[in-house]
Design a protein around this ligand. Structure first.
Ligand code: AKG
Length: 284
Protein backbone atom coordinates (compact mmCIF):
# COMPACT_ATOMS: atom_id res chain seq x y z
CA UNK A 1 0.00 0.00 0.00
CA UNK A 2 1.59 3.29 -0.99
CA UNK A 3 1.41 6.46 1.04
CA UNK A 4 1.35 9.96 -0.31
CA UNK A 5 3.12 13.07 0.96
CA UNK A 6 3.19 16.51 -0.64
CA UNK A 7 6.22 17.59 -2.67
CA UNK A 8 8.86 19.43 -0.66
CA UNK A 9 8.58 22.97 -2.00
CA UNK A 10 11.64 24.89 -3.19
CA UNK A 11 12.00 28.41 -4.48
CA UNK A 12 14.23 29.57 -7.25
CA UNK A 13 15.86 32.19 -5.04
CA UNK A 14 16.78 29.76 -2.25
CA UNK A 15 20.51 29.30 -1.65
CA UNK A 16 21.72 27.12 -4.58
CA UNK A 17 23.79 24.97 -2.20
CA UNK A 18 20.69 24.26 -0.10
CA UNK A 19 18.79 23.36 -3.26
CA UNK A 20 21.57 21.09 -4.50
CA UNK A 21 21.73 19.35 -1.12
CA UNK A 22 17.94 18.83 -1.23
CA UNK A 23 18.26 17.45 -4.75
CA UNK A 24 21.00 15.07 -3.60
CA UNK A 25 18.82 13.91 -0.71
CA UNK A 26 15.37 13.66 -2.30
CA UNK A 27 16.33 13.14 -5.95
CA UNK A 28 14.06 15.96 -7.04
CA UNK A 29 13.26 19.65 -6.65
CA UNK A 30 9.78 21.06 -6.91
CA UNK A 31 10.24 24.73 -7.72
CA UNK A 32 7.07 26.69 -7.08
CA UNK A 33 6.54 29.39 -9.74
CA UNK A 34 9.85 28.34 -11.25
CA UNK A 35 9.10 30.06 -14.54
CA UNK A 36 6.80 32.76 -15.81
CA UNK A 37 3.25 31.35 -16.00
CA UNK A 38 2.53 33.58 -19.01
CA UNK A 39 5.13 31.70 -21.02
CA UNK A 40 3.37 28.44 -20.25
CA UNK A 41 0.08 30.04 -21.22
CA UNK A 42 1.37 31.13 -24.61
CA UNK A 43 2.68 27.64 -25.33
CA UNK A 44 -0.54 26.01 -24.09
CA UNK A 45 -2.52 28.20 -26.51
CA UNK A 46 -0.36 27.12 -29.45
CA UNK A 47 -0.73 23.48 -28.42
CA UNK A 48 -4.51 23.73 -28.15
CA UNK A 49 -4.68 25.34 -31.58
CA UNK A 50 -2.69 22.41 -32.95
CA UNK A 51 -4.89 19.88 -31.14
CA UNK A 52 -8.18 21.36 -32.39
CA UNK A 53 -10.85 19.93 -32.50
CA UNK A 54 -9.84 17.04 -30.25
CA UNK A 55 -8.84 19.22 -27.29
CA UNK A 56 -10.36 22.60 -26.48
CA UNK A 57 -10.65 25.15 -23.68
CA UNK A 58 -13.17 24.49 -20.93
CA UNK A 59 -15.64 27.23 -20.05
CA UNK A 60 -13.29 28.56 -17.33
CA UNK A 61 -10.78 29.41 -20.07
CA UNK A 62 -7.99 27.97 -17.91
CA UNK A 63 -8.36 24.22 -18.34
CA UNK A 64 -8.84 21.80 -21.19
CA UNK A 65 -11.43 19.29 -22.22
CA UNK A 66 -11.19 16.33 -24.52
CA UNK A 67 -13.82 16.25 -27.27
CA UNK A 68 -14.55 12.68 -28.06
CA UNK A 69 -11.81 10.23 -28.92
CA UNK A 70 -9.30 9.67 -26.12
CA UNK A 71 -5.78 8.79 -27.13
CA UNK A 72 -2.44 7.86 -25.63
CA UNK A 73 1.12 7.67 -26.95
CA UNK A 74 1.16 5.26 -29.89
CA UNK A 75 -2.54 5.51 -30.76
CA UNK A 76 -3.48 6.50 -34.33
CA UNK A 77 -4.85 9.91 -33.38
CA UNK A 78 -1.81 10.64 -31.25
CA UNK A 79 0.46 9.86 -34.21
CA UNK A 80 -1.54 12.25 -36.34
CA UNK A 81 -1.48 15.09 -33.79
CA UNK A 82 1.93 14.77 -32.20
CA UNK A 83 3.96 16.00 -35.22
CA UNK A 84 1.93 19.23 -35.07
CA UNK A 85 3.20 19.89 -31.54
CA UNK A 86 6.74 18.81 -32.34
CA UNK A 87 6.85 21.27 -35.25
CA UNK A 88 6.20 24.28 -33.04
CA UNK A 89 9.31 26.42 -32.73
CA UNK A 90 8.00 27.88 -29.45
CA UNK A 91 7.90 24.39 -27.93
CA UNK A 92 11.60 23.74 -28.53
CA UNK A 93 12.58 27.32 -27.66
CA UNK A 94 10.74 27.01 -24.35
CA UNK A 95 13.56 24.94 -22.84
CA UNK A 96 16.32 27.20 -24.09
CA UNK A 97 15.11 30.37 -22.37
CA UNK A 98 17.53 31.78 -19.77
CA UNK A 99 15.04 31.15 -16.92
CA UNK A 100 14.94 27.45 -17.82
CA UNK A 101 18.68 27.13 -18.16
CA UNK A 102 19.07 28.83 -14.78
CA UNK A 103 16.90 26.12 -13.17
CA UNK A 104 18.93 23.36 -14.79
CA UNK A 105 22.13 25.02 -13.62
CA UNK A 106 20.89 25.01 -10.04
CA UNK A 107 21.10 21.23 -10.30
CA UNK A 108 24.28 20.88 -12.33
CA UNK A 109 26.16 23.68 -10.55
CA UNK A 110 27.81 24.10 -13.96
CA UNK A 111 26.93 25.15 -17.48
CA UNK A 112 23.94 23.08 -18.61
CA UNK A 113 23.35 21.27 -21.89
CA UNK A 114 19.70 20.90 -22.93
CA UNK A 115 18.97 17.62 -24.70
CA UNK A 116 17.61 17.97 -28.26
CA UNK A 117 14.75 15.55 -27.53
CA UNK A 118 11.74 17.46 -26.20
CA UNK A 119 8.58 15.72 -25.01
CA UNK A 120 5.01 17.01 -24.97
CA UNK A 121 2.43 15.03 -22.99
CA UNK A 122 -1.27 15.13 -23.71
CA UNK A 123 -2.95 13.24 -20.88
CA UNK A 124 -6.49 12.50 -21.92
CA UNK A 125 -8.91 10.60 -19.69
CA UNK A 126 -10.24 7.19 -20.70
CA UNK A 127 -6.76 5.65 -20.91
CA UNK A 128 -6.50 4.19 -17.43
CA UNK A 129 -3.68 1.66 -17.27
CA UNK A 130 -1.75 3.52 -19.97
CA UNK A 131 -0.40 6.30 -17.75
CA UNK A 132 3.38 6.71 -17.35
CA UNK A 133 4.61 3.68 -15.34
CA UNK A 134 7.26 3.94 -12.59
CA UNK A 135 10.57 4.37 -14.40
CA UNK A 136 14.00 5.99 -14.33
CA UNK A 137 15.12 8.30 -17.12
CA UNK A 138 18.68 7.06 -16.72
CA UNK A 139 17.52 3.87 -18.43
CA UNK A 140 15.12 5.30 -21.00
CA UNK A 141 17.59 8.00 -22.10
CA UNK A 142 20.80 6.07 -21.39
CA UNK A 143 21.87 9.02 -19.25
CA UNK A 144 24.57 9.05 -16.61
CA UNK A 145 24.27 10.23 -13.02
CA UNK A 146 24.52 13.92 -13.93
CA UNK A 147 21.63 13.81 -16.37
CA UNK A 148 18.41 15.30 -15.06
CA UNK A 149 14.81 15.64 -16.11
CA UNK A 150 12.79 18.84 -16.18
CA UNK A 151 8.98 18.70 -16.32
CA UNK A 152 6.61 21.65 -16.59
CA UNK A 153 2.81 21.68 -16.47
CA UNK A 154 1.53 24.13 -19.08
CA UNK A 155 -1.73 24.46 -17.15
CA UNK A 156 -2.71 23.61 -13.57
CA UNK A 157 -2.85 19.88 -12.79
CA UNK A 158 -4.93 18.74 -9.84
CA UNK A 159 -5.75 15.36 -8.30
CA UNK A 160 -7.45 13.05 -10.76
CA UNK A 161 -5.82 14.64 -13.80
CA UNK A 162 -2.71 12.46 -13.88
CA UNK A 163 -0.24 14.22 -11.59
CA UNK A 164 3.45 13.30 -11.78
CA UNK A 165 4.74 11.50 -8.66
CA UNK A 166 8.28 11.11 -7.34
CA UNK A 167 9.67 8.30 -5.18
CA UNK A 168 11.96 10.30 -2.88
CA UNK A 169 15.45 8.92 -2.29
CA UNK A 170 14.99 6.22 -4.94
CA UNK A 171 17.91 7.60 -6.98
CA UNK A 172 20.32 6.39 -4.31
CA UNK A 173 19.75 2.75 -5.22
CA UNK A 174 21.01 2.88 -8.79
CA UNK A 175 19.41 1.87 -12.05
CA UNK A 176 16.93 -0.95 -11.48
CA UNK A 177 15.73 -4.00 -13.37
CA UNK A 178 12.66 -3.44 -15.53
CA UNK A 179 9.75 -5.48 -16.81
CA UNK A 180 7.21 -4.84 -19.57
CA UNK A 181 4.43 -2.34 -18.88
CA UNK A 182 1.81 -0.36 -20.74
CA UNK A 183 2.09 3.42 -21.10
CA UNK A 184 4.96 5.64 -22.26
CA UNK A 185 8.29 3.83 -22.35
CA UNK A 186 6.63 0.39 -22.20
CA UNK A 187 8.71 -0.70 -19.21
CA UNK A 188 8.34 -0.33 -15.50
CA UNK A 189 11.15 -0.52 -12.98
CA UNK A 190 11.22 -2.47 -9.77
CA UNK A 191 10.03 -0.84 -6.59
CA UNK A 192 11.99 -2.23 -3.66
CA UNK A 193 10.46 -3.38 -0.37
CA UNK A 194 9.89 -0.49 2.00
CA UNK A 195 9.57 2.11 -0.76
CA UNK A 196 6.00 3.01 -0.04
CA UNK A 197 5.94 6.79 0.35
CA UNK A 198 5.52 8.79 -2.83
CA UNK A 199 5.58 12.56 -3.15
CA UNK A 200 2.93 14.31 -5.23
CA UNK A 201 1.03 17.62 -5.18
CA UNK A 202 -1.36 19.60 -7.25
CA UNK A 203 0.83 21.71 -9.49
CA UNK A 204 0.21 25.08 -11.08
CA UNK A 205 1.14 26.55 -14.41
CA UNK A 206 4.73 27.79 -14.01
CA UNK A 207 5.76 25.25 -11.36
CA UNK A 208 8.74 23.08 -12.33
CA UNK A 209 9.93 19.61 -11.35
CA UNK A 210 13.60 18.72 -11.72
CA UNK A 211 14.71 15.17 -11.04
CA UNK A 212 17.77 12.96 -11.03
CA UNK A 213 18.24 10.41 -13.81
CA UNK A 214 17.80 7.56 -11.32
CA UNK A 215 14.77 8.97 -9.47
CA UNK A 216 11.79 6.69 -9.91
CA UNK A 217 8.71 8.61 -11.05
CA UNK A 218 5.38 7.88 -12.64
CA UNK A 219 2.02 9.47 -13.39
CA UNK A 220 -1.30 8.94 -11.66
CA UNK A 221 -4.15 7.90 -13.96
CA UNK A 222 -6.36 10.60 -15.40
CA UNK A 223 -9.66 9.61 -13.81
CA UNK A 224 -11.60 12.73 -14.78
CA UNK A 225 -14.52 12.65 -17.20
CA UNK A 226 -12.91 14.84 -19.81
CA UNK A 227 -10.08 17.00 -18.38
CA UNK A 228 -6.82 16.97 -20.35
CA UNK A 229 -3.41 17.32 -18.70
CA UNK A 230 -0.84 19.18 -20.81
CA UNK A 231 2.84 19.19 -19.88
CA UNK A 232 6.28 19.31 -21.45
CA UNK A 233 9.62 17.86 -20.43
CA UNK A 234 13.17 17.29 -21.56
CA UNK A 235 16.52 16.13 -20.21
CA UNK A 236 19.69 18.06 -19.46
CA UNK A 237 23.16 17.52 -18.09
CA UNK A 238 26.30 19.41 -17.26
CA UNK A 239 27.90 20.56 -20.51
CA UNK A 240 30.38 17.91 -21.65
CA UNK A 241 28.74 14.89 -20.03
CA UNK A 242 28.10 12.01 -22.48
CA UNK A 243 24.83 12.31 -24.40
CA UNK A 244 23.50 9.13 -25.99
CA UNK A 245 22.67 9.44 -29.70
CA UNK A 246 18.98 8.48 -29.41
CA UNK A 247 18.41 11.78 -27.58
CA UNK A 248 19.44 13.69 -30.69
CA UNK A 249 16.30 12.72 -32.58
CA UNK A 250 12.76 14.01 -32.16
CA UNK A 251 10.62 12.21 -29.59
CA UNK A 252 8.74 9.33 -31.28
CA UNK A 253 10.71 9.74 -34.53
CA UNK A 254 11.50 6.03 -34.22
CA UNK A 255 7.81 5.31 -34.89
CA UNK A 256 6.36 8.29 -36.74
CA UNK A 257 7.89 8.65 -40.16
CA UNK A 258 7.15 12.37 -40.58
CA UNK A 259 8.99 13.24 -37.38
CA UNK A 260 12.45 14.34 -38.43
CA UNK A 261 14.29 17.62 -37.87
CA UNK A 262 14.01 18.73 -41.51
CA UNK A 263 10.24 18.50 -41.35
CA UNK A 264 10.06 19.99 -37.87
CA UNK A 265 12.26 22.96 -38.79
CA UNK A 266 10.23 23.79 -41.89
CA UNK A 267 8.55 27.10 -41.13
CA UNK A 268 10.73 28.11 -38.16
CA UNK A 269 11.77 31.77 -38.03
CA UNK A 270 15.15 31.26 -36.41
CA UNK A 271 17.96 28.75 -36.87
CA UNK A 272 19.41 29.43 -33.42
CA UNK A 273 17.93 26.33 -31.75
CA UNK A 274 18.28 24.07 -34.79
CA UNK A 275 20.98 21.38 -34.70
CA UNK A 276 22.61 23.31 -31.84
CA UNK A 277 24.27 20.11 -30.60
CA UNK A 278 26.36 19.51 -33.73
CA UNK A 279 29.55 20.65 -32.02
CA UNK A 280 28.78 19.04 -28.66
CA UNK A 281 32.00 17.40 -27.50
CA UNK A 282 30.64 14.14 -26.07
CA UNK A 283 27.99 12.51 -28.26
CA UNK A 284 28.01 8.73 -27.79
O1 AKG B 1 4.39 13.45 -18.03
C1 AKG B 1 4.46 12.24 -17.96
O2 AKG B 1 3.48 11.49 -17.84
C2 AKG B 1 5.80 11.58 -18.01
C3 AKG B 1 6.91 12.48 -17.74
C4 AKG B 1 8.17 11.75 -17.44
O3 AKG B 1 8.18 10.59 -17.15
C5 AKG B 1 9.42 12.46 -17.51
O4 AKG B 1 9.46 13.68 -17.71
O5 AKG B 1 10.46 11.78 -17.34
Amino acid sequence: MSEIEEFVVSNVNDDPEVLRERFRELGYLFIKNGIDADRCDVLAKSFVEALTPYVSWASDGRSLVSNGEHFGEGDGLYDELYPRLQSLEAFHDFFHEPAMIKLMEIVTGKKAFVYPIKMARIGTPGKIGFETPPHQDGRSHQGGPTMGGIWVPLLDVSAGMGRLRMLPGSHKRGIRPVFPARGPGLVQCEIYPGESTWHVSDVAQGDVLLFNSATVHDAEPNTTDNAVRLSVDTRFSDYGAPVYFSNLEPHHSWRIETLCWTTIYRGWNSTENQYYWKDYPNLV
